[in-house]
Design a binder for this molecule. Structure first.
Ligand code: C2E
Ligand code: CA
Ligand code: CA
Length: 419
């Protein structure tokens, strides 16, 4: 039996895991499955107990998983608190469920560090290779989606269900979800690199639907914009986010919240007053909020966007340029708009480990922010080496899977409350 439980994350390990899974799929007639095992609250736990203890815990989990594997199985540590388990040669569907159940029990009952029992809770996603999905990378992505769904539903395990193509989602379903309060606010921590602590969160919407599954904002926000629902959606999001922000600031008084704000709302004359009203209702101070706007969207009417953003800024609400670097006239926006932060697009950040050019571009953006006296925030930080490079450049803040994935607001609050 060959197991691949790598202690370190890294591309060679990942590709070996996928290659081994792929060989297993091709060589056996039986069904296969992939589990995506995501420990709930792991990042907060690690922040609490320290990185060394966190690493020791991860190694114990890796050992525990390795013990559960059978011939034909393999496992891989994807990142902090995240593991992939490939299950080969399954004689029936139930075998994957049994393996997932064993994993859950092992994590809950058997992890002991320095004499202390650590009951861990995992959100497991399951994807089967039957049918068209025989590519292990695709299986892993499907299991990842299912695990995110398990986070949203708070179930121990969810199976992957193929999403509906979003073009097929009727406008009425989206309207009902918004008005019926069936959207969720997820929060992703933002870290300050100098203070080495969480300084903010970004609010990211999720739509969990009985028919359409977990629909990502990349799919439904454009639909909301096309169908005129973006106003109702943004108002819902604003209120739901501020409600959580009020609770969050009881635990972390200096944390601010980033809210994605579609400039399409700037057509409403009283939009600034609407935001002020919501802040007053939820008792959240103006300086606790940063509105994130993308360059492209503000293009529709730059004069009006400038006027509205200035009114927000003058009332103490910060404005961040989101996805910075991807637009066509980024410098012009910096001239026109009262911007307090640049969020460097993850497309640039992702490549800084491999590409000297990407590294120089990100460095220039960090320098640009510094020269303008505004905050640089790098998005999409997926590994320690990227974090290291950004630190060396003097980048102010970071956000990404390496620090923490987005998670349901209630879950983040609960884990912070335990500190
Ligand atoms: P965004 O504002 O650029 O948000 C960052 C996206 O990157 C999020 O996707 C987040 O989950 C993802 N992300 C964070 N860290 C990493 C990482 O390390 N690696 C990778 N590959 N991805 C990472 P998400 O939540 O699917 O949101 C997609 C977009 O939808 C957002 O992009 C934003 O433009 C929009 N959106 C999300 N929530 C809202 C909302 O409440 N209102 C509006 N108007 N738009 C929203
Ligand atoms: Ca954003
Ligand atoms: Ca962004």
């Amino acid at each position: 039996m060959s197991t691949l439980m790598h202690r370190e994350t890294g591309r060679p390990g990942r590709s070996a895991f996928l290659r081994e899974s792929s060989e297993e799929i091709r060589s056996s007639e039986d069904a296969n499955a992939m589990l995506f095992v995501r420990l709930r609250d792991f990042h907060e736990l690690r922040a609490r107990i320290g990185y060394d203890a966190g690493d020791a815990l991860s190694a114990l989990i890796a050992d525990g998983i390795e013990e559960i594997l059978r011939p034909g199985d393999s496992g891989y540590r994807l990142g902090d608190g995240e593991f992939a388990v490939f299950l080969g040669r399954l004689l029936s569907d139930n075998h994957a469920l049994l393996a997932a159940g064993r994993l859950q029990r092992m994590l809950r009952d058997e992890i002991r560090l320095e004499g202390r029992h650590w009951p861990l809770d995992a959100a497991i996603g399951l994807a089967h290779s039957s049918g068209s999905s025989t590519d292990p990378e695709l299986l892993l992505r499907q299991a990842d989606r299912a695990s995110q769904r398990a986070l949203a539903t708070r179930m121990p395990l969810e199976r992957y269900v193929a999403p509906h193509p979003h073009e097929d989602i009727p406008k009425d379903a989206l309207r009902e979800a918004i008005l019926g309060n069936r959207m969720q606010v997820w929060l992703q921590p933002i870290w300050d690199l100098r203070q080495r602590k969480m300084i903010g969160v970004e609010s990211l919407a999720r739509w969990l639907d009985g028919t359409y599954g977990l629909v990502s904002p990349g799919d439904f926000v454009p639909l909301a914009e096309r169908t005129g629902l973006i106003g109702d959606f943004t108002r819902w999001c604003l209120n739901a986010t501020l409600r959580h922000t009020f609770e969050l600031r009881k635990l972390r008084p200096d944390v601010h919240v980033g809210i994605n704000f579609s400039p399409r709302l700037f057509v409403e004359d009283d939009i600034v007053e609407q935001v002020h009203g919501a802040l007053a209702i939820w008792n959240v101070p103006h300086d606790a909020v940063m509105l994130e706007v993308t360059e492209g969207e503000t293009m529709q009417n730059p004069e009006r966007s400038a006027m509205m953003l200035t009114r927000f800024h003058d009332s103490g609400i910060a404005v961040a340029l989101d996805d910075f670097g991807m637009g066509h006239s980024s410098f012009d926006y910096l001239r026109r708009y009262p911007v307090s932060a640049l969020k460097i697009d993850q497309g640039f950040v992702r490549d800084i480990g491999q590409s000297e050019r990407a590294r120089q571009l990100v460095r220039s953006m960090v320098d640009l922010a510094r020269n303008l006296g505004i905050t640089s925030i790098a998005e999409g930080v997926e590994d320690a080496s990227t974090l290291h490079v950004l630190e060396g450049m003097g980048c102010d803040r970071v956000q990404g899977y390496h620090i923490s994935r987005p998670q349901p607001a209630d879950a983040l609050l609960a884990s912070l409350g335990k500190d």
